[in-house]
Design a protein around this ligand. Structure first.
Ligand SMILES: C[S@@+](CC[C@H](N)C(=O)[O-])C[C@H]1O[C@@H](n2cnc3c(N)ncnc32)[C@H](O)[C@@H]1O
Length: 246
């Protein structure tokens, strides 16, 4: 599973907001961008059902210099990256602006007895940490070019709180070209990934809200809650952008 260059056609741009999610909150096309934040605020458990079976490529974790590190994670959500990061890091500062998402993550940390994660309320654009206070800043499917997702102000903040030498690594970026324009390297890893929902009912439910009718048809045909990641019509979670700072 070697790295492949970012121009690799396997990277696809972000799809528009899923129609099922928009319909769920009665949003017009013009309001579509509100759909994901509404999901995070109103139904964090539904988000968790979606992502619990949606793996990040295992090679991505191996690329992160987490061992013994002090780490800032931006947009921690319900902890898909936080938990594996905490297993190796000395300390993880999990920054997440949505209280309902932080609460799901807080419960998971408590249930698993994880004590080296500090939950922080805040956004990438104003990180509540001191200058050069972490070795590494990471994010999965959260930080990006859009000012709502951090943008220029957020990147300035990540660079401020990361010590020298240190690193900023963004997993599964929506917009690798923006990162490359800011000096990051983009790497995608080969290998197939499967999305595996907890059961068939969850697979149908998530397909109806987040994916196309073709995905629901796949579950109906196979009678299994499993689908190749590549068949979902979204960018497969196998790439990262990284910037070493001296
Ligand atoms: C798609 S979820 C990803 C969550 C988690 N990292 C994962 O991989 O499942 C995006 C998360 O980023 C958070 N977020 C959105 N804008 C943000 C910002 N400007 N700064 C920090 N977090 C943000 C959202 O509240 C949400 O929890």
């Amino acid at each position: 599973m070697g790295p492949v260059p970012s121009a690799d056609p396997r990277w696809r741009p972000r799809l528009s907001v899923p129609a099922g999610l928009r319909a769920r909150y009665g949003l017009s096309a013009a309001q579509a961008l509100e759909a994901w934040p509404l999901l995070y605020q109103r139904e964090p458990e539904l988000y968790e059902l979606l992502v619990e079976g949606e793996p990040l490529h295992p090679r991505l974790f191996r690329e992160l210099p987490l061992d013994g590190a002090r780490v800032l994670e931006v947009g921690a959500g319900t902890g898909r990256l936080t938990l594996p990061a905490a297993a190796r890091a000395a300390e993880v500062y999990a920054l997440e602006p949505v209280a309902a998402m932080r609460e799901v993550l807080r419960r998971k940390l408590e249930e698993r007895g994880v004590t080296n994660v500090t939950l922080l309320d805040g956004r990438a654009e104003a990180v509540p940490l001191g200058d050069q206070s972490v070795d590494l800043a990471i994010s999965a499917s959260a930080f990006g070019a859009d000012p709502e997702h951090g943008g220029e102000d957020g990147l300035r903040e990540l660079l401020r709180v990361t010590r020298r030498p240190g690193e900023v690594i963004v997993l599964w970026p929506d917009d690798p070209n923006w990162f490359m324009g800011h000096g990051f390297t983009h790497v995608a890893f080969e290998g197939e990934l499967e999305v595996r929902f907890r059961d068939l009912a969850t697979a149908y439910r998530c397909a109806g809200i987040f994916y196309s009718p073709a995905v629901a048809d796949h579950f109906r045909r196979t009678r299994r809650p499993v689908i190749p990641f590549a068949a979902l019509g979204v960018n497969v979670a196998r790439d990262l952008c990284r910037l070493q700072i001296e």
